[in-house]
Design a protein around this ligand. Structure first.
Ligand code: PMP
Length: 432
């Protein structure tokens, strides 16, 4: 791809010198981003890019209301949640108000990895067990426990061979791929239940089961109908807890539902959330029932220095108000338009094998052949580079790195959605 004028090679060299090599950056020649506004990022050469990949900046970039609210709270008071102040109570109550009974008790942390780690530890504490079921193709975080249940071979080629012995991995419930792709996708649930039952019959009872309720890491695809209902029931029958990792897909992005688990018609025992919740400020949460939360006492107390701080709580309240107050509806309206246009694209370009997702979470899955559905990995990488040239930020996901992960700020306008699809159409039509 072209080398945009805004690439600062000197700064990149300094970055590579001081950051660990595993902390990768997007693109071989990334533009140096200086500022952002709504769904746009502006590079140092003045060129602007449409940010179609940012599921953290839900309100968009450079949000003035957020900046003012944070500055005001920072000037007044910021400390830890052992002090008594209004913001943490109001935010926690607003958060639990989005959830069905009995999910009424909140732990505030700083990231998705922390939320998943704590969610797993809560399940272990509540059950007095340690074995956990996860699904293949998943990413849940970088801390010890959240990494243990991360199974994606795109992120770690050795993932499936190197999980600790307390992690048990179910097949990816991927209706587009896998053994049941041309048959009955609900068969994944039956097989999962059989494996959970078999392990339990052998005396290994589950502490819990963790999965994204809409499969974000697999491209934002819906799980097969009834999958979570069946697997949650099996895990609960054996006394384990159902954990929904809503870090990517929850919090309004799906448009039609605030939480991903609503799409499957289930209620989990533990919900983990982060990313959009803080709009880029470090903020995450675990929400569970009082009864389950109280069992964590067996582990001592819970304290996080910055989790639920006055500033974090103010950030949380601003974001939640705005998502509830219109951005979820925007995700539905602009998202439905975006999906309709992406489906029309699939009719004209053989390489588009499927369009997954809901609202402002879409996965455009590229295949070299519609019959074999072989992942078009190299073409997906090329396409992302071409889209950068055309002014659109886009990245691949999925175990085959062949799915464009479309997850823009929730303020995306219909015009920006059109700009993206037109750029994609142009790139596909001109050989990228
Ligand atoms: N769970 C899911 C589903 C995620 O997508 C991510 C981040 N990509 C995490 C957990 C970890 O979140 P964080 O990066 O905030 O630690």
């Amino acid at each position: 791809s072209a080398d945009p004028a805004a690439v600062s090679h000197e700064l990149l060299a300094r970055r590579e010198h001081s950051l660990a090599e595993v902390q990768e950056h997007y693109y071989a020649a990334p533009p140096q981003i200086e500022r952002g506004w709504r769904e746009h990022l502006v590079a140092t050469d003045g060129r602007s890019y449409l940010d179609m990949v940012n599921n953290v900046a839900a309100l968009g970039h450079g949000d003035v209301e957020m900046a003012d609210a944070v500055a005001g709270q920072l000037r007044r008071f910021n400390s830890n949640s052992r002090f008594h102040y209004r913001a943490v109570v109001e935010f926690s109550q607003a958060l639990t108000a989005t959830l069905p009974e009995p999910l009424d008790t909140v732990f505030l942390v700083n990231s998705g990895s922390e939320a998943v780690d704590l969610g797993l530890r809560i399940a272990m504490a509540a059950t007095g067990r340690r074995d956990v079921w996860a699904v293949a193709e998943a990413y849940h975080g970088w801390t010890y426990a959240s990494d243990a249940v991360s199974t994606s071979i795109a992120d770690n080629p050795n993932a499936l061979d190197s999980r600790p012995d307390w992690v048990h991995v179910l097949d990816t419930p991927n209706h587009f791929r896998g053994r049941h792709r041309d048959g009955d996708a609900t068969a994944y649930a039956g097989e999962a239940v059989a494996r959970i039952d078999a392990l339990a019959a052998g005396g290994t009872l589950p502490a819990g089961f963790i999965a994204e309720p809409v499969y974000g890491n697999a491209g934002g695809m819906a799980l097969p109908e009834g999958y979570l209902a069946a697997v949650y029931a099996a895990v609960r029958r054996h006394g384990g807890l159902a954990i929904a990792d809503e870090v990517q897909v929850g919090y309004g992005r799906l448009g039609h539902w605030f939480w991903g688990f609503e799409q499957q018609g289930v209620v989990p025992d533990v919900v983990t959330v982060a990313k959009a919740m803080g709009n880029g400020h470090p903020l995450g949460a675990v929400i569970t029932s009082k009864a389950v939360a109280d069992r964590y006492r067996t582990q001592g107390y819970f304290f996080s220095s910055a989790g639920g701080s006055p500033v974090s709580s103010v950030v949380g309240s601003v974001v939640l108000d705005r998502i509830r107050g219109g951005l979820q509806a925007n995700a539905r309206e602009v998202g439905d338009h975006l999906h309709a246009r992406l489906h029309a694209l699939a009719d004209r370009h053989e390489v588009v094998g499927a369009v997954h997702g809901f609202g402002l979470y879409a996965g455009v899955e590229l295949v070299t052949d519609r019959t074999t559905r072989a992942p078009a990995t190299a073409r997906t990488a090329r396409l992302c580079d071409r889209l950068l040239d055309l002014g659109v930020l886009m990245q691949p996901t999925g175990d085959g790195l062949n799915i464009l992960k479309v997850k823009p700020p929730l303020v995306l306008t219909r015009e920006s959605a059109d700009f993206f699809v037109d750029a994609l159409d142009h790139a596909l039509s001109t050989g990228s």
